[in-house]
Design a binder for this molecule. Structure first.
Ligand code: FE2
Length: 213
């Protein structure tokens, strides 16, 4: 095999997305996107890498021998890093800190596809729910960190208004956060029930009441 010279992979020059001349920014910028998460692990390090590689249909960009695995699912160099921390303490039951990470998908079909593959690989969701604003499948990674795969049920601006004014209104609260059966969701979806029904909070509540979801 031809020997790789690491220096060949250093770009000739830096190429930032944008250059702002000094003084040209006049208001506080917001981030463009969430770039990556670092997750500490210990004895479950390998299964943590396996979980995220499978869940994200991801690519491992770099494994450092001192216990860092850089995982990505798009054109960025890393989205999740699993870091080995020998002897680190587990989070207590009732902890303060990040509760879960959520990843949005493009369609209900994608969420269902992910659900079916994850189930085949032995990863079952811990909660499947129509929150009103979103349809969400929650998983636990091997260390017990919660990961949500989700889809907004409306356009982003509609979802924002829905949350701001409708969600937790009296009418909404009467229906609540309905937990659905993911296998029944798959069945309905595959039998041709349209997304417009399967993502609709009110329709989902009705289907659950009838034992169909
Ligand atoms: Fe969430």
């Amino acid at each position: 095999m031809e020997k790789i010279d690491p220096v060949d992979f250093r770009p000739e020059k830096v190429a930032p997305l944008r250059v702002d001349p000094p003084g040209s920014l006049t208001s506080m910028p917001s981030p463009t996107k969430l770039h990556h998460l670092h997750i500490f692990s210990d004895e479950n390090y390998d299964s943590m890498v396996d979980f995220y590689q499978r869940l994200f249909n991801a690519e491992i960009v770099r494994v450092n021998p001192n216990g860092l695995t850089f995982i990505t699912y798009d054109d960025h160099d890393h989205r999740v890093v699993i870091i080995k921390r020998p002897g680190a303490m587990k989070k207590p039951e009732n902890f303060i800190g990040v509760s879960h990470q959520a990843y949005c998908y493009s369609s209900l079909g994608e969420l269902i596809y992910v659900y079916k593959r994850m189930k085949e690989w032995g990863y079952k969701p811990i909660w499947t729910v129509n929150h009103g604003n979103s349809t969400s499948f929650y998983y636990n990674d091997p260390d017990g960190n919660q990961v949500e795969t989700m889809l907004d049920n409306f356009t982003p601006s509609e979802t924002k208004e829905y949350k701001r004014y409708y969600q937790w209104s009296e009418e909404f609260s009467a229906l609540g956060d309905p937990t659905f059966d993911p296998d029944k969701m798959v069945e309905l979806y595959e039998n041709g029930v349209p997304d417009s029904v399967l993502l609709d909070h009110t329709e989902v509540c009705k289907l659950i009441k009838r034992g169909e979801l």
